[in-house]
Design a protein around this ligand. Sequence first.
Ligand code: PLP
Length: 246
Amino acid sequence: MDMDNERTVAQLLEEVRAGVAEACAKAGRKPDEVEIIGVTKTHGPEVVREAWEAGIRRFGENKVQEAAWKIPECVSGPEWHLIGHLQRNKVRPALELFSVIHSVDSVRLLEQIEHVAGEGGHRPEILLEVNVSGEASKDGVRPEQVPEVIEYALGCRSITLTGLMTMAPFCPDEELARPVFAKLRGLRDQWEKDFGIGLPNLSMGMSNDYRVAVEEGATWVRLGTVLFGTRPKWKPQRGDAERWEP
Ligand SMILES: *Cc1c(COP(=O)(O)O)cnc(C)c1O
């Protein structure tokens, strides 16, 4: 029996908020600088409802196909964030579903988003996903290639670039993630200066390392397990294919 499943989302959210407040106090930040994004991938619409009622306003999903059936079944009101890798052929449905995309990782993808957003009258907010640790296996733009992507984004009419996202290598010891988060904040400060722009949003920190991420300047923490318990295995639902139109 999973202990987490016995507590309500509201109770777990209260604990997480206390964790965020503590990390903010350590770093001399204000708790209202940090926004919790509830990551509901593999959970059903009833979990979104419970989280919404507990006070979560922003939700993250990592797959367009899953979001395409789920979001229409959910309470209306949430701001939906795409946090997983986006393929160029899924930009169209993605822009119908999400107002914020955390995982932009190439000029080619940006071009496609700009094109589709322009046609459809969408105004997506985007973050660039940065592969801070430089691991070949990870998604994200390598730091030395980011300036070229920022340059391109600044020339787009339909897209607003508001920040950066990263994933730390998974590790049970959250202290090992600290240098990754610190480095992203440092790069952000540098690029803000170089381009004379603001990049206020730093999307970093997940269930196992969000406190450290907040100490290092995260403004958006993406939390699934710590709020909603262990994820059920995702099984495509009957009717997915019919409901999902690429
Ligand atoms: C699943 C996921 C999360 C949340 O992970 P937890 O460890 O359950 O908090 C955060 N960010 C991304 C990109 C994810 O795919």
